[in-house]
Design a protein around this ligand. Structure first.
Ligand code: HEM
Length: 174
């Protein structure tokens, strides 16, 4: 039979000494190491089994993204006020910029772009009201942009493509 007093004395001794904390630390470290090894052996993957980096994992957030065609009128409510999501069009592509709400959401420095075609403003480096194409008029063809402005717009397009989810396209009418 096991002598219980031996065990009691043992627990008393470790709970009143620094080794008590060290043994808890060891248990924690052991569990954490097992978790890390599991993550190394089974890294997070996309549905097709491809290993994802951090940005791709963030992009692959739980919200399903339905690729949608927007007109200037149907895009407009996505300004963070009428609709919670913030969408923005760049060169005919619609990005979900909700993650950049501090930029484009209500009160943000670029809130003018929310729910709108931001191409002209990005090309010309201006977030002024007159950069925005009237909702009820024809879509901006951007034909008058000079080479520098086209370059600036293309650079911005890359920025948006790399940072935000592409969620649709902007068309004249559905
Ligand atoms: C007054 C001069 C300006 C200042 C001080 C300024 C400042 C900034 C800063 C600090 C950022 C964040 C950079 C980052 O952390 O990635 C930023 C991003 C940005 N700025 Fe400006 N900016 C100015 C003018 C403009 C203008 C005129 C435009 C119009 C096209 C503009 C459009 C943007 C856009 C689209 C972003 C990217 C936001 C994102 O990543 O979603 N900025 N700006």
């Amino acid at each position: 039979m096991v002598d219980l007093t031996v065990i009691q004395n043992y627990y008393r001794s470790i709970s009143s000494s620094p080794s008590h904390y060290i043994s808890y630390l060891n248990v924690f470290l052991a569990i954490f190491s097992v978790y890390l090894m599991y993550r190394i052996v089974f890294p997070p993957t996309s549905p097709n089994g491809q290993v994802l980096n951090a940005q791709q994992q963030a992009k692959q957030n739980p919200q399903p993204v339905v690729y949608t065609k927007f007109t200037p009128t149907t895009l407009q409510p996505f300004n963070g006020i009428v609709e919670e999501r913030v969408l923005m069009a760049v060169k005919g592509k619609v990005y979900d910029v909700s993650a950049g709400r501090s930029f484009y959401g209500p009160g943000g420095p670029y809130s003018n772009f929310a729910g709108r075609d931001a191409s002209r403003g990005l090309a010309k480096g201006s977030f002024d009201e007159e950069m925005l194409t009237p909702i009820d008029g024809p879509m901006d063809t951007l034909q008058d942009l000079n080479a520098d402005e086209i370059q600036a717009l293309n650079d911005w397009e890359q920025h948006f493509a790399g940072k935000y989810l592409l969620c649709g396209e902007l068309v004249e009418q559905l």
